[in-house]
Design a protein. Structure first.
Lengths: 153, 153
C-alpha cells in the first residue's frame, strides 16, 4: 500500500460509545471539571445520506464533544437502526470505537483502502463535511474515521 | 468530588492492547507512513515495583510508542502474569485500554479517587517516573492512566 495514504497521522478525535449520553457526559464534565457540552443528534437519512455496509440506513446517534486539549473526545449514543455504532456497542459494550483523522480527497482514499482489504463500514454527510468509518480492526485494532470538510467557496 | 482533581484534561496518550506487538507496530508504520519505533519492555518487578489490585505482580509488557501529532499512541503486549493489561485483553480482546494524563502529586490524587469509588488498578515505576491505572470504567467507559514524572534535581 502507498505510504501515508491519509496524508496525515494526527489523531483529531477519539470516539467512545455509550448507552446513556446524558449520564456519561455529566460524568466527564464532573471528572475533568469542564462544562457539560450537551448533545446534538446526527441528521436524518435524507439529509445525512447515511450508508452502512453499502445500504441506506435510518441510523442516527446523539453526539457530545469534549475538547481534551490535544484532541476532541466524542461520546456517541446510537439508536437501534443498523450502524457501526450499534453493531460495535452490541458486540463490545461501552468504550472506544474509533480514532479520527482529517483528510482531503476522501473518495479516492476510501476506494484505495477498500482495495487493500480495509472496506468502508459507514459514511454520511453533516453540515460542513462528511465522514467515513473504515474497517481497520484487523491491522490497527481500532476503527479509523476519515473526516473531510467542505471546501470554502 | 472536587472539580478537576487531575489538574488537567489534556489527553497525552492512548493505550491499545495487542497480542503481537511486532505485527501491529508494523501495520501502524505501514498505514501511517511512519518509522516503526520498535518496542521496549517494562521493568522487572524488583525495579518497577509493579502492583496489581494491591498485590505485587511479576507482570511485564512490551511497549511501542508512536507520535500521532496530537498525542502518543502506545501499543501494549502484556505477558501472562496478572495485570490490568492481561485482564482487559482476555475480557475485551485487542483494542483501546486507556487514555493517559500527566499529573503532579499522584499519590494524593490516587487516594482521593479511591475514596470516590474509582480504585487504583495497577501502579509501577519506570525510568523517569511512575504510572497508575485507575478503574474509571463505570463513569468514563475507559481506564484512566496517571503519569507522573520525577522532579528534576
Amino acid at each position: 500500500m502507498e505510504k501515508n495514504l491519509l496524508g496525515t497521522h494526527v489523531i483529531t478525535q477519539i470516539g467512545i460509545l455509550v448507552h446513556d449520553i446524558e449520564k456519561t457526559s455529566q460524568a466527564y464534565a464532573d471528572f475533568f471539571g469542564v462544562a457539560n457540552p450537551g448533545w446534538s443528534i446526527t441528521g436524518a437519512v435524507d439529509v445525512a445520506e447515511t450508508e452502512y455496509r453499502g445500504e441506506r440506513s435510518e441510523a442516527r446517534a446523539k453526539l457530545a464533544f469534549f475538547n481534551m486539549g490535544s484532541l476532541q473526545l466524542e461520546l456517541i449514543e446510537p439508536d437501534e437502526h443498523p450502524s457501526t455504532w450499534r453493531e460495535y456497542l452490541d458486540e463490545h459494550g461501552e468504550g472506544p470505537h474509533h480514532i479520527a483523522f482529517g483528510v482531503e480527497g476522501m473518495k479516492d482514499i476510501v476506494t484505495t483502502l477498500a482495495r487493500n482489504e480495509m472496506p468502508l463500514l459507514q459514511k454520511g454527510e453533516y453540515t460542513g463535511g462528511r465522514y467515513a468509518y473504515i474497517d481497520t480492526l484487523e491491522p490497527l485494532k481500532i476503527i479509523v474515521e476519515l473526516l473531510e470538510r467542505d471546501k470554502k467557496k
